[in-house]
Design a protein around this ligand. Structure first.
Ligand code: PLP
Length: 1016
């Protein structure tokens, strides 16, 4: 076997001459990579392209002839998927050429297929991977119809059948972790060799690697496989070898290689069903190909080869191989089976039917009163048993007992397939691929009863193992019993037992149905859980000894539950013991909620829990919230939640009675403002705050004219839509009323006056003065200048320094009051200051507050001067039914406590700097980022098609938002061009959250659509 098989080295001038001599073709040559052949792209002056292949005489003549004949046939039979061979002037397809030194070469010219190499496609969509499978099945069935008599190839290192030999040879040149991985792969290959060598053979392509597959756009603009090249490795082998090779390279670099493999298999099976035995050996063959590839690279390097083309797949192949090696083979094969529409575990259906037909002894004695037995809701959204429980067993146990007592239960049931909050702990991390997921899905049924409760064998069997699984949050003392059924052996697992109760059990003991085998243990010896029995049925121990996973990742859960059937088939509990994910919410919502209440994301997410900067969906997938400025001090902050819960239990009434909370809050809030802003009015939302502020300004000034800024948004009432440029110029637009004037947005990136203009602050501010002059001249006496201090909906814009003071001067000179809408930016978010107007050294007359004030509880406020408040008191009472009620006031006070105690303003400054610095670095390496702006935890990233024209890039922005959601990061876009990503997370957002956002964003920015890689 040769690991240094170099391509021939015919000079370009000789290639040019021979191409002209034999084919009558002219043009310029450029070298293409090649493993054994010397390849060139030939471009004629007319733009026609061909591929010239020069083979050495070492390549046997009959192999080249066979290959040439096959390409010619295949090109016809596959509708151009394979490029055809161009004949010479004399009609032959393979030329033997002697150069001036008397060396012989073989020359062929192939049609050039346009397209991008699959290796360069980022990301490889599921649809593209499925299409690869479909094309492989089509190619396989065409090749299957050809006579199977290829010339024999001696010592052909790339034949998949040689993978075992190659891996074995390379063991001596590999370092230790890699050697261990290859040893495992080799053992697996040898263990299964008989199975796949028993499969019938046909001609196969032999090397459908990602550098031999071309991708183009179909007529719907989606990527599809448009060409498969290089039949140089065609030989005779089982057809499934070709699929395995395509999978091995098709999944390199994907985020979850197993799911990518299942998509390719799904596509293949839809066109050409596979035999069970073929699916069973597929993963072995995929791993063998990856192993073969890395071993050939290692051997070549060991022989001094450093040609990057020869070593090209190596790093990705090692990574993919080690990811696959970590997954039990039953699970990876089960995943492929499921993709084909088959049950993941082939014995499962038979076992389920048998279990269903049998009766079993009770595992624990059931209470006589059926009402004493019931479900304990441990799901992600359970209000009783929460996500933090895994950190504090004693508290968790007390809560379980309390809940059971209050529900009158003596036997609490934890459901099968239930996604659970306490499995969000790090101990339940799963395989890589989807950063959102932990192993949250429960594969057994839990029976919560007093410690010491006897546990009986439900059916006869023998003790398989008695084991102490000591790690915290593992099973503690565990017994596995083995049973037999018509489908074969199966096992039942009993976890969290009392150590003393299993001391006399040993492997091999036979067990009668109904025999006591153990007792329920207590913490910490039971793995540090509330006392309960975890009971699970297992159809395949997957090589495990004394332990078996009791939870699975959401994306794998259907495969695992095929291997672990519903335990209630044995327990026979009279309850709904299987968790059912709520379905149909989208349709129900559509029926009863107004259609213009939009949902975020192409596929909306069902969020049921929040904690700090994270939100969790119904399956326990976590999302880093980078956009919710309402959950200001962090989702469900315990101090805020506790304050609301406590006050709800005491009193909630309106503000017409004396109550300390509203006064204390007003005192503490007003202290956060500069003089003379010292009087508060409480309402329930930002919209109400702005309505009230405008009402006060009109009362105070007697005027009606309002000046606002382009892109501004101030609320959802008709009155506020009339002063929200973002709304009255957006979809569903209408002309603004004559008393509204819009001044220029002080956007120094793409606005009228930019960063290079030193007078930009003054010029933008002058436009506010101009707006008031026009209003006045049209009979609308100025009442208010209403603006956010930093603009959110307009695209996260920070006005140039000096703007706000100058704009306020113009407004006041015109007789208007200045209203600062701090609904989004207030309460320390900006890091440097508590309020946005302070960043500009300006002092407004009225400030409006909302969103962050109650951390999600609806409360808003207006803060103003005593003089304006006096003028507003014109005889008409101001009253809001809910505004400033004791519950709202206590919650708002708790928010202020957390802000102070956790020093969140300083935190926002610090983390904001880390985040902005990271975003600035991304901007330098990704030309689609035009601008990064803002301060603290109020930042914007603006995407542009070109840094010169600043043409907005809404498509890229939307793409980034959608793809980051798939990676567990929530963001959204804003700005008039829908091309600004707004970043305004809960203030609990940490430095590591910032680093995570930067790194995920960096990866999505490398995608083809963002990079502007144009496919044809
Ligand atoms: C700047 C600004 N002001 C006011 C409001 C209205 O607040 P609410 O939705 O609480 O009525 C919003 C809402 O998005 C806002 O962004």
């Amino acid at each position: 076997m040769t690991y240094l098989q170099k391509p021939p080295e015919l000079s370009e001038s000789e290639v040019t001459e021979s191409v002209q001599e034999y084919y009558g073709l002219e043009g310029t040559l450029s070298a293409l990579p090649g493993d054994r052949d010397q390849n060139f792209l030939l471009e004629s002056p007319g733009g026609q392209k061909h591929v010239v292949k020069v083979s050495s005489l070492d390549e046997a003549q009959e192999i080249l002839e066979f290959e040439t004949e096959m390409i010619t046939r295949l090109s016809n039979d596959t509708n151009g998927l394979i490029p055809t061979v161009i004949p010479t002037i004399s009609g032959t397809r393979l030329v033997t050429h002697e150069n001036q030194q008397g060396h012989l070469y073989r020359l062929r010219i192939l049609e050039f297929l346009p397209g991008t190499l699959l290796a360069e496609i980022n990301p490889r969509s599921d649809a593209l991977l499925r299409n690869l499978g479909e094309r492989m099945a089509e190619l396989g069935s065409v090749l299957g119809a050809y006579p199977d008599h290829p010339p024999p190839r001696i010592n052909f290192e790339w034949a998949l059948g040689q993978a075992g030999n190659i891996m074995e040879k390379s063991l001596s040149v590999l370092g230790s972790p890699q050697r261990a991985l290859i040893k495992l792969t080799l053992e697996d290959f040898l263990d299964n060799e008989r199975d796949f060598l028993g499969l019938g053979s046909q001609i196969i392509h032999g090397d459908v690697n990602d550098h031999n597959v071309l991708v183009s756009l179909n007529k719907n603009g989606q990527t599809c496989i448009s060409g498969i090249i290089d039949l140089g490795d065609a030989h005779s082998a089982p057809r499934v070898f070709d699929l395995a090779i395509a999978i091995a390279y098709g999944i390199i670099g994907t985020t979850d290689p197993l799911l990518a493999a299942s998509e390719i298999t799904r596509g293949y099976y839809a066109v050409q069903p596979l035999l069970d035995i073929e699916i069973n050996v597929l993963m072995t063959l995929v791993c063998a190909r990856l192993g073969q590839s890395v071993c050939i690279a290692s051997l070549r390097r060991n022989h001094g080869d450093t040609d990057p083309y020869h070593l090209i797949s190596e790093p990705g192949a090692w990574k993919t191989l080690s990811l696959l090696a970590d997954i039990p083979r039953q699970i990876s094969t089960g995943t492929l089976r499921q993709a084909c529409g088959l049950e993941a575990c082939s014995q499962s259906a038979q076992l389920r039917t048998w279990l269903d037909s049998q009766s079993f002894e009770d595992v624990v004695t059931l209470p006589e009163d059926p009402n004493s037995l019931g479900i304990l809701d441990l799901s992600i959204s359970s209000p009783d048993l929460i996500g933090r429980d895994a950190d504090d067993t004693e508290n968790f146990t007390n809560r379980v007992s309390q809940k059971m007592r209050s529900d009158g239960l003596t036997l609490g049931i934890g459901r099968f397939m239930e996604p659970r909050g306490f499995y969000l702990a790090d101990a339940f991390e799963g395989r890589l691929g989807d950063p959102r997921e932990r192993r949250t899905i429960h594969l057994g049924i839990d029976l919560f009863q007093e410690p010491g409760t006897a546990i009986h064998a439900p059916l006869a069997g023998r003790v398989h193992t008695v084991r102490e699984n000591q790690n915290r949050l593992d099973y503690g003392p565990t017994v596995i019993l083995e049973h037999s059924a018509p489908s074969g052996l199966f096992w039942t697992l009993y976890g969290h037992l009392e150590r003393a109760s299993v001391e006399n059990l040993k492997t091999g003991d036979s067990i009668d149905a109904g025999q006591p085998i153990a007792r329920i243990g207590t913490y910490p010896e039971n793995g540090d859980w509330p006392p309960h029995l975890h009971f699970q049925i297992i159809t395949d121990l997957m090589g495990g000894e004394g332990n078996f996973p009791g939870v699975a990742l959401p994306r794998d859960s259907n495969v695992w539950t095929s291997f672990c059937p519903d335990p209630n088939l044995i327990l026979n509990l009279p309850s709904k013991t299987t968790y059912m994910e709520p379905r149909g919410l989208f349709e129900r919502r559509r029926q009863v909620l107004a259609p213009n209440l939009s949902l975020s994301y192409e596929t909306p997410i069902h969020i049921v829990r929040g904690k700090g900067s994270y939100l969790f969906d119904v399956l326990g997938r976590s999302y880093l919230d980078c956009v919710n400025n309402v959950a200001h001090v962090g989702h469900e902050h315990p101090h805020v939640v506790g304050a609301g819960q406590r006050q709800m239990g005491v009193l909630n009434t309106n503000s017409r009675y004396l109550h300390g909370a509203i006064i204390e809050y007003a005192e503490r809030l007003s202290k956060l403002f500069p003089e003379p802003l010292s009087v508060c009015l409480f309402i329930n939302s930002g919209s109400e705050a702005n309505e009230l502020a405008l009402h006060m300004a009109r009362t105070y000034t007697g005027g009606t004219g309002i000046t606002v800024l382009e892109g501004g948004h101030h609320g959802n009432t008709p009155g506020l839509i009339d002063v929200s440029h973002y709304k009255f110029t957006g979809s569903g637009r209408h002309a603004p009323p004559p008393w509204t004037r819009t001044a220029l947005v002080p956007d120094e990136f793409r606005g009228r006056y930019r960063r290079d203009d030193p007078s930009r602050a003054t010029l933008y501010a002058a436009d506010v003065g101009e707006a008031f002059r026009r209003l006045d001249s049209e009979g609308h006496h100025p009442a208010a200048f209403l603006s956010e201090s930093l603009l959110s909906c307009a695209g996260q814009i920070e006005p140039p320094q000096g703007y706000l003071t100058a704009a306020y001067e113009h407004a006041r000179a015109a007789g208007a009051l200045c209203i600062a809408d701090e609904v989004q930016v207030g309460f320390g978010r900006l890091g440097s200051h508590m309020w946005g107007f302070e960043t500009q050294g300006a002092v407004p007359d009225i400030v409006t507050l909302g969103k962050p004030m109650g951390n999600g509880h609806p409360i808003g406020a207006v803060v103003t001067t005593p003089e304006i408040a006096e003028a507003f008191d014109n005889g008409m009472e101001f009253f809001s039914s809910f505004g400033g009620n004791p519950v709202s006031a206590e919650i708002a006070l708790a928010v202020l406590d957390v802000l102070e105690d956790e020093k969140l303003q300083d935190h926002a400054a610090r983390v904001g700097t880390v985040l902005k610095t990271g975003l600035d670095t991304l901007m330098r390496s990704h030309s689609c980022i035009g601008d990064v702006r803002g301060r603290g935890l109020f930042l914007g990233v603006e995407f542009v098609e070109s840094g010169e024209t600043l043409e907005p890039a809404p498509e890229i922005t939307q793409y980034v938002v959608e793809h980051l959601k798939k990676r567990g990061i929530l963001l959204s876009s804003d700005g008039p061009g829908h091309n600004v990503i707004k970043i305004k997370p809960p203030m609990s957002f940490s430095e590591s959250d910032a680093e995570c956002l930067i790194s995920e964003l960096d990866q999505v920015l490398a995608h083809d659509l963002v990079q502007g890689t144009s496919l044809i």
